[in-house]
Design a protein around this ligand. Structure first.
Ligand code: HEC
Ligand code: HEC
Ligand code: HEC
Ligand code: HEC
Length: 340
């Protein structure tokens, strides 16, 4: 029996008694898309036609008809959602499956599946700022881009923050939804580079919409490392809030262990080029006895520590000196790359 299995076995006998720290339906570290700020992909198409076409070929777009699926109806019923139609108005499902918009005093209304704004931020306050110039025409757009970010835009350069959104949806840290609702605990084989470089890829900027280019290798290295760190952070938070030894907690335990192993091998492979932020993460998560059920304080502290080190890592590095991990990067993307 490995350490984790042992820990899970031992702790499974203890019933959860101490204070319940998190609300039943709260999603860990999820940055909710504010419905008041949503403008809709229809506002992007005029200038980003290829991006919109690429997105429309992904399940992020197609999942609009979720409420008609048997499995969705079953989950909703088990979660006490009154009717299948309510799936589209239940914030529990909407936060991960849809983009909802709130106009004036009218109630929020689902307008799309997972959309541009689910990843880049609600655009109401940045739409008309971010496009005041175009650097492809030789303009200096630095000031406008800074302003757009201040107004809530997550730009491609801030890929570590965008990636956080991926994990807040693709790791489902809601125990009831999984154990009672029967919802998957997340996308088991989610790996940031592969899942971003396949059907989700929309790198048209440099070619002005003509070709969907691969993400440069330096950035892919950064994304690979950031993906492992985020996987670790979200799984640690997920494990921290497990109140039972059942499907949800077991998934989080396995997922934490896999991510920790992956991080250890990145650091080993980078050897003398391993940055201090990754060493800090290793110190935070390699503590003996950390990965066990009901270890709320230490697990949360480890997740916070990984998160802080990751922010610093993303600020300080650009991937140039991490060539040693190229052999670890996935060679195939998830799903076909859209080309115009
Ligand atoms: C009227 C045209 C126009 C519309 C509408 C528009 N954009 Fe843009 N967008 C641009 C231009 C021009 C740039 C390049 C700005 C620059 O060079 O700094 C850009 C840049 C971007 C970038 C960053 C690219 C980079 O590498 O910095 C993102 C992300 C983006 N737009 C998303 C969106 C989204 C999402 C929408 C809809 C909510 C949208 N845009 C609507 C014209 C537009
Ligand atoms: C934390 C984000 C999150 C929440 C909350 C969430 N989902 Fe999901 N859901 C996902 C993700 C991510 C997937 C895709 C998982 C995968 O890769 O297989 C998914 C998949 C599904 C599937 C397909 C499952 C299968 O076995 O094929 C259904 C149906 C579904 N969700 C329904 C719901 C319903 C109904 C709700 C609200 C009660 C809900 N989801 C809430 C993120 C979420
Ligand atoms: C707002 C929540 C949300 C965000 C943010 C999000 N996803 Fe998803 N994603 C989903 C859901 C839900 C599905 C399942 C859709 C379905 O099948 O109905 C999904 C499906 C996918 C799929 C299709 C998987 C398959 O093979 O069917 C890929 C690839 C993917 N996401 C990659 C990403 C990446 C990469 C990011 C971040 C850059 C990301 N997602 C951000 C919710 C999200
Ligand atoms: C699943 C999350 C997700 C969705 C949905 C999404 N984006 Fe992006 N977008 C990203 C990420 C991550 C990057 C950075 C990609 C990279 O570095 O490889 C990016 C990059 C971009 C870029 C710059 C690409 C380049 O060539 O430099 C633009 C412009 C953009 N997105 C616009 C949009 C528009 C418009 C939509 C909606 C049609 C959209 N995005 C939907 C996550 C997303």
């Amino acid at each position: 029996m490995n350490h984790l299995a042992k820990a899970l076995f031992i702790c499974g006998c203890i019933t959860w008694s101490s204070s319940v720290v998190f609300g039943q339906n709260e999603i860990a570290s999820k940055k909710f898309l504010q419905h008041e700020r949503v403008v809709g992909a229809g506002k992007c198409i005029e200038c980003h036609e290829s991006e919109v076409s690429a997105w429309r070929a992904t399940p992020h777009y197609e999942n609009k008809d979720l409420h008609t699926k048997d499995k969705a109806r079953e989950i909703a019923r088990k979660m006490g959602i009154a009717s299948a139609a309510r799936i589209r108005s239940s914030q529990l499902c909407v936060q991960c499956h849809f983009t909802a918009q709130k106009l004036g005093n009218a109630p929020s209304r689902v307008i799309d599946g997972v959309s541009c704004e689910s990843c880049h931020g609600g655009a109401k306050h940045w739409l008309d700022i971010h496009n005041t110039g175009d650097r492809r025409d030789g303009n200096d757009t630095t000031a406008a881009r800074t302003k757009a970010v201040e107004a809530g835009m997550l730009p491609p350069d801030d890929y570590c923050s965008i990636a956080q959104n991926c994990f807040s949806c693709h790791i489902v840290t809601d125990e009831k939804l999984v154990n009672v609702g029967g919802h998957p605990a997340g996308s088991a084989d989610f790996e940031l580079v592969a899942w971003l470089e396949g059907m989700v890829r929309h790198n048209f900027f440099a070619s002005n919409g003509k070709t969907n280019d691969a993400t440069p290798i330096e950035r892919r290295r950064m994304l690979y490392i950031a993906g492992v760190a985020l996987d670790l952070e979200y799984s640690l938070r997920g494990l921290a809030r497990a109140k039972k030894k059942a499907d949800y907690g077991k998934f989080m335990g396995r997922s934490t262990q896999t991510a920790r192993t992956a991080l250890n091998s990145i650091v080993k492979t980078l050897a003398e080029n391993a940055p201090e932020q990754l060493e800090q993460m290793i110190t935070a998560v390699n503590k003996p006895g950390l990965l066990k059920f009901f270890n709320v304080g230490p697990l949360t502290a480890a997740a916070d520590s990984v998160s802080a080190s990751l922010k610093d890592f993303c600020r300080q590095h650009n991937g140039h000196s991490f060539g040693a991990i190229d052999g670890m990067l996935p060679t195939e993307g998830r799903g076909p790359v859209f080309q115009p």
